[in-house]
Ligand binder design. Structure first.
Ligand SMILES: Cc1cc2nc3c(=O)[nH]c(=O)nc-3n(C[C@H](O)[C@H](O)[C@H](O)COP(=O)(O)OP(=O)(O)OC[C@H]3O[C@@H](n4cnc5c(N)ncnc54)[C@H](O)[C@@H]3O)c2cc1C
Length: 459
């Protein structure tokens, strides 16, 4: 076969084609996790959907491994292929809001912050994650959990239509009427079926102001507080998402319980409701400190941006829990150790699901585990490469201590679990349906740098 040369690619592309040594190459290959230090042979910075078509075709014709980059927050760094072709969507970051129809057209490389910033001047938003420099692309295709999800569903539940460049280099639409099975698979199936160049999102009116409450406990008092926090959950209004955290504060292990209240438009919220929930939390024990704040919706969406910033080495372990027995709470507090104390232990969070997430029938989307009660993520963050092994070992130990209670895993929180992780993210019947879909849209597994649905016989 006559393989198209690099000059042909450069002619076809409106954006930039970067090779090692080119200006901008080093910056473009870096992603959120500083452990990811791979060098693509080429980085195509796409200026439009046609550039994506050209890049996919070039990669296929030249047998280059293809990685797709939006926000670069895949913890394992799936966007960056070693010696392959990185399709960099970051120049495709535009968001257009139609406030009358309550819709947002979001390009495939946009960050969550761009979506929130474009919609909020109209008092609108859709479910987006908790850190504004995360990409709309990866987050939405895997599900998309955020502070509005208990009211309005996951990010993927709010996508009305996708524009997709397929492995064959064709541009297609996927929605309820056109390619409905692909539409099903793109809502939770990750980047397995093509490169999404545009998302059409449904928007909702949301309050300008939110409430964030955290009550802090010593390890000794944490078990009772967390048990009470768990037992409160069924009665918590959908505007609130229960949260909990374990980690070190000023060198001491601490546990917090709390909630984020977001979503109801001005006038719709019962003003006393967040205060009543705060009082219920206070009644669960004797916190050593508490912090209640009332950030704007945009401030809320940026609140963890610095603590979850770039340039650190990272490793995660995640689980879903349908129930949280006392033994799981104990394991959460102990962080994979005997007594909850130790150097360089990961911190971890619990975030409640429920509400509108579970209203949607399980079969309606590829996303699985809609009956999740809480999501658990243990996160290790460090700077010194010499600590890589000990930090990763500690996070694995923590994750393993909770594994007996887990009901599955969130595909977007997987790291290096490989095929076993994919089997935890999707139920067997979903995996079979996803495999059938993969056979149709990407039989050669062009898009395999992801939590991969391998083509083949549906299991
Ligand atoms: C700091 C931080 C905070 C997070 N917070 C949340 C949260 O609140 N809620 C939540 O649900 N998740 C959260 N996550 C997990 C997050 O959803 C995943 O890490 C997700 O993969 C990030 O997407 P990205 O576009 O930033 O990453 P990238 O690394 O750019 O992309 C990840 C993968 O997604 C696919 N992909 C991305 N864009 C496209 C596209 N346009 N078309 C086709 N495929 C694409 C590709 O397979 C790519 O390899 C968080 C992650 C981090 C690191």
């Amino acid at each position: 076969m006559n393989r198209p040369g690099l000059s042909t690619l450069r002619e076809r592309i409106d954006g930039d084609v970067l090779a090692p040594g080119d200006e901008g190459y080093e910056g473009a290959r870096g992603v959120w996790n500083a452990m990811v230090d791979r060098r693509p042979r080429l980085i195509v910075r796409c200026a439009g959907p046609e550039d994506v078509v050209a890049a996919v075709s070039y990669g296929r014709d030249n047998d280059l491994e293809i990685g797709v980059r939006c926000g670069g927050h895949s913890v394992i760094g799936h966007a960056v292929p070693a010696d392959g072709l990185m399709i960099d969507l970051t120049p495709l970051g535009r968001v257009r809001v139609d406030p009358r129809r309550r819709r947002a057209l979001v390009q495939g490389g946009a960050l969550l912050g761009a979506l929130d910033r474009a919609a909020q001047p109209y008092g609108l938003a859709t479910t987006a994650g908790n850190v504004s420099h995360t990409g709309v692309g990866g987050l939405t295709l895997g599900g998309g959990m955020g502070w509005l999800a208990r009211q309005y569903g996951l990010s993927c539940d709010n996508v009305i239509s996708f524009e997709v460049v397929t492995a064959a280099g064709r541009t297609v639409r996927a929605d309820a009427a056109q390619n409905p099975e692909l539409y099903w698979g793109l809502r939770g199936g990750g980047g397995n079926f093509g490169v999404v160049t545009e998302f059409d999102f449904r928007l909702h009116p949301v309050a300008e102001q939110t409430v964030v409450a955290n009550l802090w406990f010593t390890l000794e008092d944490a078990l009772d507080a967390l048990r009470g926090w768990r037992d409160l959950a069924p009665a918590v209004p959908r505007a609130a998402t229960l949260t909990a955290w374990v980690g070190d504060v000023d060198g001491e292990p601490r546990v917090s319980i709390g909630f984020v209240w977001a979503g109801l438009p001005r006038g719709a919220a019962e003003p006393a409701a967040p205060a009543a929930l705060e009082a219920e939390l206070r009644s669960l024990g004797t916190p050593i400190a508490e912090h209640i704040s009332e950030p704007s919706y945009l401030e809320l969406q940026r609140m963890d941006d610095d603590i979850e910033g770039h340039a650190y080495r990272r490793y995660w372990k995640g689980h879903y829990f349908r129930e949280l027995p006392d033994a799981a709470i104990e394991a959460f507090i102990l962080r994979g150790t005997r007594d909850g104390h130790g150097e360089g232990l990961p911190y971890a969070s619990l975030q409640a699901y429920g509400g509108a997430i579970g209203d949607i029938p399980d079969a309606a989307t590829a996303f699985s585990h809609r009956d999740t009660f809480v999501e658990f993520v243990a996160a290790a963050k460090w700077k010194d490469p010499a600590e890589d092994e000990s930090r990763i070992t500690a996070a694995r130990r923590f994750g393993a201590s909770l594994a007996p209670y887990a009901s599955g895993a969130y595909v977007n929180a997987l790291t290096d679990e490989g095929r076993a992780g994919v089997r935890r993210a999707y139920s067997p019947n979903k995996l079979a349906r996803l495999t059938t879909l993969k056979n149709i849209w990407d039989p050669d597994n062009v898009f395999h740098l992801n939590h991969n649905i391998a083509p083949g016989e549906p299991a």
